[in-house]
Design a binder for this molecule. Structure first.
Ligand code: ADP
Length: 475
């Protein structure tokens, strides 16, 4: 079924606008006409009162005992309202004393009502037998010692004629005014909404492969401009995420392929020739080594994926820095022993931070793992805990490896970035360790810094101190 309510916003806006304008005009026209009627009636009353005051003095009883009004009084109307003037005088008991000839037998208000015309002028509207509407002013007046009620009325015909002329004029003008307003409103609504149409057309062209397209923003300060800007910013974020995801997927599949290929080829080569148990032990050992690398990689990938999706629920416990540094060292010590390196921990052992012990331990482990990996056999790896300033603790991991050249210092924190692919892979690295460490530092409102020279590196993990550690222990 076809919907009656128009689907276009511009048409709906115009209809609302015209409907509201019509209501406003009807209320305005109605109240203006009512005020006009009130004023015209007030004016009529005013003229009638003035005339009644004049006429009072003209009445006199003739020798025949009847009440008379000089005829010249009727002949010289001095305002158009006075052309249709009606006069009637009644005695106290209601007996008719005078009636203007033009009234004939018609009654101007009937018998006197109680209190009518006493002390003040009483105005009221009556209708003659002929149907003429008349505005009547009554007033008690004593003529030659006799108490009378004089009623003087003017036809309201002219007043109603003017009133209806005004009403009809307004009613005839209403459709014209609404028509013009509707056309103007539609044109304005169309003009104002044109950027939306352009934006919608442009938005249709945006696909996953075309995320670089942006909406045109004519005026960045109006509502539509703000909407366009917000949309463009969302697109930019989406584009960045898509790019990241694409890079991550291709890097991850590349990384996964290498150990898998290695496992397969080691297995195939091993099977090609018959050998004794030591031969198979060697083959299986190599395969297990690659499988270990694969599982480390998968673990790293899972960690990154969880971090990206924001699913990692971080604990917020108050922990001593020394405790998680010690745990990390204990877990990794065996590697440094294998290489005959000296691993030492020192510094301020009283400081604490608020955070997740497992994540923080993982950060220190990744940094230590690199320090051990890239330091020579028989080298030194040191961990130092110190207050960097009044609110920050620094955990420094120092090695005496080859150091990191200036051009790599930023990039080593990117995922899958390795300076020397071959060496790093041989050492078991997948290029994720520092990216995970950086994430771990940032979710704890900290950061990771690097000082490097040709004689080694210092990775510095900076974390906000827990409140209880803020007091200077020396104080
Ligand atoms: P990987 O798992 O390959 O070690 P990381 O993200 O931990 O990946 O490190 C990225 C790269 O930074 C490494 O491949 C290595 O080239 C370099 N690197 C990291 N730590 C050190 C270090 N202590 N000394 C020298 N080079 C380092």
């Amino acid at each position: 079924m076809k919907q009656l309510w128009p689907s276009h916003v511009r048409t709906r806006l115009t209809l609302w606008y015209v409907a509201i304008l019509a209501a406003v005009l009807v209320i305005y026209g109605g109240s203006t006409s009512a005020v006009l009627l009130y004023q015209m009636r007030g004016q009529l009353d005013h003229v009638a009162i003035e005339d009644l005051e004049t006429v009072e003095g003209f009445f006199a009883f003739g020798p025949d005992g009847n009440l008379h009004l000089p005829s010249e009084y009727h002949d010289h109307p001095y305002s158009p309202e006075m052309q249709e003037r009606f006069v009637e005088v009644r005695a106290e008991d209601g007996a008719l004393l005078y009636r203007k000839e033009r009234l004939g037998d018609q009654v101007l208000g009937g018998n006197p009502e109680p209190g009518e015309g006493v002390d003040s002028y009483s105005p009221r509207s009556v209708r003659l037998d002929t149907g003429t509407p008349v505005r009547v002013i009554s007033r008690r007046h004593t003529i030659e010692g006799r108490s009378t009620l004089i009623r003087l009325g003017f036809s309201e015909g002219l007043m109603w004629q003017r009133f209806w002329q005004t009403v009809v004029g307004l009613l005839l003008g209403l459709p014209l005014a609404l028509g013009l307003a509707g056309i103007g409103g539609y044109y304005l609504a169309r003009r104002a909404l044109r950027p939306v149409e352009r934006m919608a057309r442009r938005a249709h062209e945006i696909h996953a492969e075309h995320l670089g397209t942006r909406l045109e923003v004519e005026n960045p300060y109006d509502e539509l401009g703000l909407l366009g800007q917000a949309f463009n910013e969302t697109l930019a974020r989406l584009e960045r995420s898509f790019e990241q995801l694409k890079r991550f997927t291709s890097d991850a599949s590349h990384e996964l392929r290498t150990p898998l290929t290695a496992i397969r080829s080691v297995g195939e080569v091993g099977l090609q020739r018959d050998g004794d148990s030591s031969h198979y032990r060697e083959v299986i050992g190599s395969m297990l080594e690659e499988a270990g690398r694969l599982s480390r990689l998968v673990e790293g990938l899972l960690g990154m994926a969880r971090a990206d999706s924001g699913q990692v629920k971080l604990e917020q416990t108050s922990i001593s820095v020394l405790s998680f540094v010690r745990e990390a060292t204990c877990l990794i010590e065996v590697l440094s022993e294998e290489k005959g390196q000296i691993l030492s921990i020192g510094g301020d052992n009283s400081v604490g931070v608020i955070g997740d012990p497992i994540v923080l331990r993982r950060v220190v482990m990744n940094l230590l793992d690199n320090a051990i990996k890239y330091s020579p056999t028989g080298g030194r790896v040191g961990v130092r805990i110190l207050r960097s300033d009044a609110t920050t603790v620094a955990i420094e991991i120092e090695d005496n490896g080859p150091g990191i050249a200036l051009e790599h210092r930023e990039k080593i924190f990117h995922r899958f970035y390795r300076i020397d692919e071959g060496r790093s892979r041989d050492a078991g690295g997948a290029g994720l360790g520092l990216a995970i460490a950086k994430w771990g530092a940032e979710v704890h409102k900290g950061r990771l810094e690097l000082d490097s020279s040709s004689t080694g590196c210092v990775f510095r993990l900076l974390l906000p101190l827990a409140v209880e550690s803020l007091r200077d222990p020396a104080a």
